[in-house]
Design a binder for this molecule. Structure first.
Ligand code: ADP
Ligand code: MG
Length: 138
């Protein structure tokens, strides 16, 4: 079993569709083994997205992720990282596959509804960024 870190982003929380996103996660065979609603600080968002700090969109990404509450989650499944990336769909919803979360719900390349870890190594770092082991129940 593998874990991955998911974030339901402000655009989805504001539209009150976190349950619809969770249904798609569960229908794909991923189990939500930890979940909480938080409002990220700028410092948290900057550290979480540090790999993108030199990108043109970094400031707007941090502004967006701190604009409203998000739901952070730990998902578990066999090959959870790849399985979640597949049902998330491409970063840009305009090119995401039919039936993916981003094709279904995302508003734009920045307001794209969900985050998912991009490798098992990132997943370990990202899960422990938001959760302590005593908050996770398998
Ligand atoms: P992903 O979330 O699919 O792993 P990235 O790690 O490349 O994508 O980017 C992180 C986030 O930054 C994206 O989900 C999106 O919200 C935002 N982003 C990425 N590329 C752009 C862009 N060209 N313009 C605006 N925002 C972007
Ligand atoms: Mg990424």
């Amino acid at each position: 079993m593998e874990r991955t870190l998911s974030i339901i982003k402000p655009d989805a929380v504001e539209r009150n569709i976190t349950g619809k996103v969770n249904s798609m996660i569960e229908d794909a065979g991923l189990r939500i083994i930890a979940q909480k609603r938080i409002h990220m600080t700028a410092a948290q968002a900057e550290e979480f997205y540090a790999e993108h700090k030199d990108k043109a969109f970094f400031t707007s990404l941090v502004d967006f992720m701190t604009s409203a509450p998000v739901v952070v989650q730990v998902l578990e499944a066999e090959d959870a990282v790849a399985r979640y990336r597949k049902i998330m769909g491409a970063t840009n919803p305009a090119v995401a596959e039919e039936g993916t979360i981003r094709k279904t719900f995302a508003l734009s390349i920045d307001k794209n509804t969900v985050h998912g870890s991009d490798s098992p190594e990132s997943a370990k770092r990202e899960v422990s960024f938001f959760f302590s082991e005593i908050e996770i129940f398998e």
